[in-house]
Design a protein. Structure first.
Length: 278
């Protein structure tokens, strides 16, 4: 264990249990490690308002990587400290691709008032991981619009997303592969067995945000924990990597070691052993 090591954990399916909670054991263990000097944070697909309250029992003092690397977030100040925007033309093209494939999507923009959400079809309100009471409460605006392409082309789009059946989204992915300036994550939602497709700037990813965070903290070693396909980019650059037993098979094949599953505090038990917490 060393203060020059940065520990970064995914949330859903990794640090959070299947009830989307941080257990008391996990919170107490990580807080003890942080008190001893551990640099610990999270890297998640969640928005700031989707994870800050779930992590309120952990005293995270290192910026977090949120929304798959779109945002760096200061948990202590509850403030976004960096954001990566999608180029306006690329964002418009992404919306065109969804619509060409018979789908609408959510477009997230970010400005001085905070995060806003636009969506192009009322049926999308059923996708509660994006459209929720907490999003309505915390975002500057959540709006159904007929001009989704206009919202995307505002120059402030940071995130474009949709969740659905894999077979419906695979053609969208093939079309997205030809769009310059963007990257995307396509992975299984562990809570509903549907697939999330999340589009963002090529400059934004868990990998790129992690490299930026490594430089900011002055850490020389990266230790990461993850369970899903959107964690692979940071697993690939880690010095050591770990996955809970419930992780996807292809993720478990890549990591240094497989830990106890997310319902048995796998990450926290590993940290307790490494930092000699009794």
């Amino acid at each position: 264990m060393t203060s020059k090591t940065l520990y970064v954990s995914d949330l859903d399916g990794t640090l959070l249990n299947r009830q989307k909670q941080v257990t008391k054991y996990t919170a107490d263990t990580i807080n003890q490690c942080i008190k001893r000097g551990m640099n610990f944070t999270v890297a998640t697909a969640r928005m700031p308002y989707g994870c800050d309250y779930r992590l309120r029992d952990i005293r995270i003092n290192t910026p977090g990587i949120l929304t798959n690397g779109v945002f760096l977030y200061d948990f202590e100040a509850e403030k976004i400290i960096a954001a990566e925007e999608i180029a306006a033309q690329s964002a418009e093209t992404v919306v065109d691709i969804f619509q060409k494939n018979g789908l609408s999507c959510f477009v997230y923009t970010y400005g001085h008032q905070g995060i806003s959400i636009c969506y192009g079809h009322k049926k999308l309100e059923e996708q509660t991981q994006y459209y929720s009471d907490r999003a309505i409460e915390k975002c500057a605006q959540v709006e159904l619009t007929e001009d989704l392409k206009g919202a995307a082309g505002s120059g402030k789009a940071v995130y474009i997303t949709y969740t659905g059946e894999k077979k419906l989204l695979e053609p969208v992915c093939r079309d997205l592969d030809r769009v310059e300036g963007i990257a995307y994550s396509f992975y299984l939602n562990v809570y509903n067995d549907l697939y999330c497709l999340e589009v963002f700037s090529r400059k934004a990813s868990k990998r790129n945000a992690l490299l930026k965070l490594k430089e900011m903290t002055g850490c020389s070693e990266l230790v990461v924990f993850g369970d899903n396909l959107n964690d692979i980019s940071m697993i690939e650059i880690a010095d050591r990597s770990y996955a809970p037993e419930n992780a996807l098979h292809e993720v478990k094949e890549m990591v240094t070691q497989v830990l106890a599953d997310c319902d048995h505090d796998g990450v926290a038990r590993f940290l307790a052993e490494e930092w000699e917490i009794k």
